[in-house]
Ligand binder design. Structure first.
Ligand code: IZC
Ligand code: ZN
Length: 407
């Protein structure tokens, strides 16, 4: 073996190559005194430490916890500037949607992203990904949606593609031209929607820049009918659909996401009972974003009801400069136990295998099993409960990415 991690106090991992839903979400594999053997970029042995094969490089894990690398399946990683100036307005009582309606919020980041060069966005993105990796995240989904012109959407997605090519963190890409109506189309919504569908989508596809397409289906952003239209076009252009649904107002976004066959639906704080049942029936992964509830002071999604309805729950950061400016997935992990009341086992599955399912990657990542990519986190923790109990400091000891020990 090229690399052997031995003397793992506890190895904790979900298993399989599909999202785990219902009671299965909390049924994970726990191996005490474990070892993992790696050949090249792949896991080649998982078992007891005493039986571990010899390795050219051996890491003594000192009795610590090892889990799969974390999968952050929902971020808006590439953007210009920040939005700390909104804080004063929020503290004075303005809501997220008030700020957007007044031309701020997303539109402020659009201005800053349009003004940034590709090189500037690339440097910034690299630094952000380094921080994510140091906190245990080994795969990141990244949405566009701060360009809102064909050229600026392509610029954002080209940067995201380069970030993935630079490594070590793997990226998957989502086109989100339908993130807001830009000011120049304020009085002509349909013309912007046509631009997204008939010009941006083919341009993104012809450069191979994104596998997924997302839409911000929300009051004062894109309606249910508009979202259905946009995602219908996206599917025709060969994208797999996703939808920001029922984050702020209960408008039937979850039902729409299920009807459109979305691979995942995002936020779902206000999803109705019927919407949750529809997600379960259609096998749509719920990407829940508790860091956003925390930052905006909103309610938390009904994760327990979703698990009970057989919906596979993933938990992600929603990293973005407005509603969730945190890169560290460990805070959402903490919140998913303490606010959603997921068990540590369910929450671990939510940030590994179910995150991978939300981005169509659970054949290759999301669990520690022979044949999967060797993405692992060695935690400075004696057991699984510990990483959902401590908060506020980085609990990662080391990360293994594609078979390489990173730190
Ligand atoms: O920049 O506010 N919710 N999109 C939908 C966001 C948050 C990102 C932002
Ligand atoms: Zn988002």
């Amino acid at each position: 073996m090229d690399l052997v991690l031995k003397n793992i106090g506890l190895l904790a991992t979900p298993t399989g190559t599909a999202a785990r839903k219902g009671a299965e979400q909390g049924q994970i594999t726990l191996i005490e005194n474990a070892a993992v053997g790696i050949e090249g970029e792949e896991i080649a042995y998982v078992g007891r430490s005493e039986d571990a094969p010899a390795g050219s490089e051996v890491v003594d894990c000192g009795g610590r916890l090892v889990t799969p690398g974390l999968v952050d399946a929902h971020t808006h990683l590439v953007f210009g500037g920040w939005r700390q100036k909104e804080m004063a307005r929020k503290l004075a009582g303005e809501s997220y949607l008030d700020i957007l309606k007044s031309g701020g919020g997303i539109l402020d980041t659009v201005r800053q992203t349009r003004a940034a060069t590709e090189a500037e966005l690339l440097e910034k993105g690299k630094a952000l990904l380094e921080t994510m990796l140091a906190h245990g995240t080994t795969t990141v989904e990244c949405k566009s949606g701060y360009g809102l012109t064909t050229q600026d959407e392509l610029k954002q997605l080209r940067v995201a593609k380069k970030l993935g090519e630079c490594g070590p963190v793997d990226l998957v890409h989502t086109f989100m031209g339908a993130h807001a109506i830009p000011p120049e189309y304020k009085d002509n919504r349909q013309a912007y929607i046509d631009l997204v569908c008939d010009e941006m989508m083919p341009a993104v596809k012809s450069e191979g820049l994104a596998q997924f397409c997302d839409v911000f289906c929300e009051t004062a952003v894109f309606t249910i009918e508009e979202s259905r239209y946009i995602l219908g076009k996206a599917v025709k252009h060969g994208f797999l659909p996703k939808a920001h649904a029922d984050e702020i107002d209960p408008i039937g976004g979850a039902e729409m996401a299920a009807e459109m066959g979305c691979i995942s639906a995002e936020h779902l704080i206000q999803a109705s009972d019927a919407g949750i049942r529809a997600l379960g029936r259609r096998g749509v992964v719920a990407c829940l974003l508790p860091g956003t509830s925390f930052h905006l002071g909103k309610d938390y999604a009904r994760a327990r009801d979703m698990v009970a309805a057989g919906v596979a729950v993933a938990v992600c950061t929603d990293f973005n400069p407005g509603s969730s400016p945190g890169l560290n997935l460990q805070l959402p992990m903490y919140l998913s136990c303490h606010k959603y009341r997921l068990t540590p086992a369910e929450a671990l599955c939510a940030v590994t295998l179910n995150g991978a399912a939300a981005i169509g990657r659970c054949e290759s990542i999301g669990s520690i099993e022979v044949g999967k990519q060797a993405d692992l986190v060695l935690w400075d923790a004696p057991d699984l409960d510990y990483i959902f109990y401590r908060y506020g400091n980085n609990l990662v000891d080391r990360v293994v990415k594609r078979g390489r020990v990173m730190r």
